[in-house]
Design a protein around this ligand. Structure first.
Ligand SMILES: Cc1ncc(COP(=O)(O)O)c(C=O)c1O
Length: 371
């Protein structure tokens, strides 16, 4: 049996979307900048997609810029919103924010990395405490990609608004699964491949009146803000993914079944992050074993999981997110992220629990780590 439980890493493209994208690639392939009818047809596709994304978050179409995905959107937003020399972020951000902030630190910016509480939630009061006269930007993710915890972005947004500070939100994991409120937000990032759309496309919401700093120079695409011929099939596929409803309650039911099954049937396991989390995430520590070993054995049984975010899981460093929650190094190393999607079935969850149970038992018998 093949079981894909790495949907936090990326998702399978929805069949209908793939089909519609093919039509754009093979029949409606004009360049949106061309002044011919094929070009106009493509421009309409991009304009319609922009409206779909904007409507889905209650923004204006002109406030949406298409990008190559979440990483570019985060980089573009942060680069655009830094004025004065102090930035506030959390210690559990995705590398596309964390590494960007480290780069800015090397250029002389002062970065405050706020620690989450033990449940993975960031206390808005801690953000408020860090604000000073030099603060130009607060950047906090909506949902954490490793542990699925939902951050209080409404409260943080209110604080930023009162103090007249820019607030950027990385909403790559939450988009279409958790309600989004942009009222106190300056900018927000989205990615298509996390929601059954194609890879290499995403968007940045950027509040009207704020100035985007160009990172790419060339043609006049995206109102002069991002040069380069638009990824029309990708943008179209992304907009179709935005329109598809996520069966949040069904995914949550199966996710809870997975958590209950593992925690009840396997001793010395615990869930990382708050119980209140995004519908599709379960991050579990299995004491006395290495997560990589468990991952490989599950892989041999046809089950795909991950040990952290896809971007850092090839490094042998323990997850910076789990360490920030206060986990010991060996417990952080013994953790697995299971992320479900609308394609996950009950049969797959039953099979996964059974396989995890038997592999953990075997690995513990030969583990040098304890028990
Ligand atoms: C929270 C978060 N932000 C940003 C990204 C980067 O998105 P993309 O892969 O589209 O560049 C990811 C992808 O893993 C993510 O989970």
């Amino acid at each position: 049996m093949k079981v894909y439980l790495d949907n936090g890493g990326t998702t399978r493209v929805d069949d209908d979307i793939a089909k519609e994208m093919k039509v754009v690639m093979t029949k409606k392939y004009g360049n949106p900048s061309s002044v011919n009818s094929m070009g106009e047809e493509s421009r309409d596709i991009v304009d319609d997609a922009r409206k779909v994304v904007a409507d889905s978050i209650g923004a204006l179409a002109e406030e949406v810029i298409f990008t190559s995905g979440g990483t570019e959107s985060n980089n573009l937003a942060i680069t655009s919103l830094i004025g004065k020399k102090h930035i506030i972020t959390s210690s559990i951000e995705h590398p596309s924010v964390k590494e960007m902030c480290k780069q800015l630190a090397s250029e002389g910016y002062k970065i405050s990395f706020v620690q989450p509480e033990k449940n993975g939630v960031i206390d808005p009061k801690k953000i408020e405490k860090e604000i000073n006269d030099d603060t130009s930007l607060v950047t906090i993710m909506h949902v954490n990609n490793e542990i699925g915890t939902i951050q209080p972005i409404e409260e943080i947004g209110k604080i930023c608004k009162e103090r007249k500070i820019n607030f950027h939100v990385d909403a790559v994991q939450s988009f279409t699964k958790v309600p989004i409120d942009i009222s106190n937000v300056t900018s927000m990032s989205f990615s298509s491949h996390k929601i059954h759309g194609p890879k290499g496309v995403g968007a940045l919401y950027f509040k009207k009146g704020k100035k985007v700093k160009r990172m790419l120079f060339g043609g006049h695409q995206e109102r002069d803000l991002r040069a380069g011929t638009e990824n029309v099939p990708g943008i179209h596929g992304f907009s179709l993914a935005v329109k598809k409803e996520q069966p949040v309650e069904e995914i949550k039911k199966l996710r809870d079944m997975l958590i209950d099954g593992i925690l009840k049937e396997i001793p010395d396991t615990f869930l990382n992050g708050d119980k209140e989390r995004i519908c599709n995430n379960a991050n579990i520590t299995f004491k006395f074993i290495e997560g990589e070993g468990l991952l490989m054995h599950l892989d041999m049984k046809g089950i795909s999981v991950s040990t952290g975010s896809a971007c850092s899981s090839r490094s042998l460093e323990p997850s910076h997110v789990l360490l920030a929650l206060g986990l010991k190094h060996e417990d952080a190393h013994g953790s697995i992220r299971f992320t479900l999607s609308k394609y996950t079935t009950e049969e797959e969850i039953i099979y996964t629990i059974k396989q995890v149970k038997s592999i953990v038992k075997k690995l513990r018998e030969i583990s040098p780590l304890g028990k």
